[in-house]
Design a binder for this molecule. Structure first.
Ligand code: ADP
Ligand code: MG
Length: 344
């Protein structure tokens, strides 16, 4: 197996009493984009700063491209790690043109060799080299920041919530374009974000972070389908978590007996159902009353109450007419569910 481009082992970093990183293990294979997904304050920026060399780690090791760059004693300064960072606000030099911003980290030969134009083309900005940053939209400025990061062909590109200041439409477009630019350039990247849609749609693998630790690391579909804990289930998407009793034949839940996937846990449990697994029909399955429906264009989220008072949310596509509050429906579950030991 070839060595990962980035390898963190047991990395800790505290600020006074706050354990920002509480023992982080993370491998990023060459050419991959790994998203570190976690809530605000969980340590994502600290992780990137320790990899880039802006912070010293307290213990553990950081290896970039097969070379150890930091441990509890040694610390290679940022410029010797050659790791590129794309910050949230782009942080372009306001007094330099787009081309000069992008060429900033290159020597003269590299600049003459056409690398600046090449990376501007990758991010969809060919012909913009003479512009000044203030003549660009927010999205274009972030594209320049990505081009500047890629230009010196760094072993690793780190992106810290690079789209969070942009509106939804622009964000979706930029995610796809930046993903494609990174892939076309063969870059290895770590993207940190608190936005689950961003992580799931862009990354080869998602590392879910909570309170200074990676709590799950897997392919996007795996993290969504088989979250390691109820907390991860809620964080990476909409989750219906119901109390259940598990036996050899499945889980007994307020929606009846459901087939299980993954590890079996006996006795009292919590089961995870994704809202798109719930099917609504005029009758059949478990009887429920519609509490409200929120229409989102591509789908609708319908909140339901079962006879025992349990509340659930179903995601439905074009199930015909809108369901008014008070309507009676039957709920069935499609596919298998995941169980966790104990009550939620
Ligand atoms: P995230 O990027 O996931 O929002 P951060 O890495 O910025 O999280 O912060 C992790 C924790 O470390 C937070 O509790 C934050 O308040 C604390 N922290 C971050 N930087 C510093 C600092 N320079 N001094 C003191 N505490 C800090
Ligand atoms: Mg941050």
């Amino acid at each position: 197996m070839t060595e990962p481009m980035l390898a963190l082992a047991g990395v800790t970093k505290a600020y006074g009493a706050v354990a920002a990183l509480a023992g982080v293990d993370l491998d990023v294979p060459r050419g991959d984009l790994v998203a570190v997904l976690g809530p605000s304050g969980c340590g994502k920026t600290t992780l990137l700063r320790c990899v880039a060399g802006f912070e010293r780690v307290d213990s553990g090791t950081v290896r970039v491209a097969g070379r150890q760059v930091a441990d509890g004693h040694a610390h290679l300064p940022p410029h010797r790690r050659r790791v590129a960072v794309v910050p949230q606000d782009g942080a372009l030099f306001p007094h330099l043109s787009v081309a000069d911003n992008v060429g900033y980290g290159l020597d003269r030969a590299e600049r003459r060799g056409g690398r600046v134009e090449e990376v501007l083309d990758l991010v969809g900005l060919s012909g913009y080299g003479a512009r000044m940053p203030h003549q660009l939209s927010g999205g274009q400025q972030q594209r320049v920041a990505v081009a500047r990061a890629l230009a010196p062909r760094p072993p690793l590109v780190l992106l810290d919530e690079p789209f969070s200041a942009l509106d939804a439409q622009l964000r979706a477009e930029l995610r796809a374009d930046v993903r494609q630019a990174l892939r076309a350039d063969g870059a290895t990247a770590v993207l940190v974000t608190h936005d689950q849609a961003e992580a799931l749609s862009m990354a080869d693998a998602v590392a879910v972070m909570d309170a200074g630790r990676i709590v799950q690391h897997g392919a996007p579909a795996e993290v969504y389908r088989d979250p390691a804990t109820p907390w991860v289930a809620r964080f990476v998407g909409d989750a219906v978590l119901l109390p259940a009793t598990v036996d050899a034949d499945g889980a007994v839940t307020p929606l009846g007996r459901l087939p299980l996937r993954g590890r079996a846990v006996g006795g009292a449990a919590t089961v995870l159902i994704r809202p798109e697994q719930l099917r609504l029909a005029p009758a059949g399955g478990s009887a429920a009353t519609v509490v409200r429906q929120a229409f989102h264009g591509h789908d609708a989220l319908t909140t339901l109450r079962l006879a025992d008072g349990t509340l659930l949310t179903a995601r439905t596509l074009d199930e015909g007419a809108a369901l008014p509050a008070g309507a009676q429906v039957g709920v069935t579950v499609r596919g298998s569910v995941r169980a966790y030991a104990g009550a939620d």
